[in-house]
Design a protein around this ligand. Sequence first.
Ligand SMILES: [Zn+2]
Length: 357
Amino acid sequence: MSKINLKPGIVTGNQLKELYDYCKETMCAIPAVNVIGSSTINAAMQAAKEMSSPIIIQFSNGGAHFNAGKFLDNTDQRATIAGAVAGALHIRHIAPVYGVPVILHTDHAAKKLLPWIDGLLDAGEDFFRKNGEPLYSSHMLDLSEEPLKENLEISARYLERMNKIMMSLEIELGVTGGEEDGVDNTGIDNAKLYTQPDDVLKAYDKLKPIGHFTVAASFGNTHGVYKPGNVKLTPPILKNSQDKIQSVRNTGIKPVDLVFHGGSGSSLDEIREAVSYGVVKMNIDTDTQWAFTQPIKAYMDEKDGYLHAQIGNPEGEDKPNKKYIDPRAWTNLGEKGMVQRLRRAFEDLNAPEKFTF
Ligand SMILES: [Zn+2]
């Protein structure tokens, strides 16, 4: 099987489709990492560089807000539009320096967040007019709380607009359990946590004629890491959806590009099984948050005697603490922790040694 040839920089349009096809063919997937600013962005790109793999870097609405500054009011989505545009431009400048291909994406946008996506598409169309490619590779709409018909109608309308500037759309069918970015689905009805193959077929019929899309399907996956409970990860649901479309619409194998939300805390077997059924993108957030924070906590504990005043530490009451106080000293430890966790994600997803660029 021939390797796919990617270039460092942002992957969009046909090349993104080819990348996902290649992933399905070679049974690998790309980690999608939630970032909140330059530190987490740099960690994501460093991990991709070390693993010689493309990476998906994504902003949630809250992450985009944080990138612009928590100080800013966001009732009209101005802060999150600016935060996501600035983040994309930042990554566009830095990715070639790291030498890695990056898929730029935004995470969950429920109905009330559509004005955020509208603003990003305005910016995306403007960028496309000037550069011949979109600002972002793809956006996600999460209308899984709406009736299916409405979910697909709104998704179709957005995909029509996005396809004109060579963008891809991620939709959600069924509900990802757990809690993330202020959206709490921990108490939801269990049946909704498992996507129905018929729903995936309906999405395929509606969206396939319009443009490229991916489906975040629910198979018992949850945001966050919890003690094992009543929700059981059931990857064969993904296979059933693929098989249904293949037989009813007479397509090739794995007709749909699937997305695995809530990758944190999943076992290697579960991940590999999901990937074998056509998962091309796996989101990881909680585990990388933990990996970032943990070494900083250790640093604060270990250097406690150096962090109570600018002058005076266990080595002497007139000793300066400048180098211990400098936020770069400990932020970089968080970045390194995140790189380590992401390296494992690439390995779990079978991505290393698949790519040249
Ligand atoms: Zn998610």
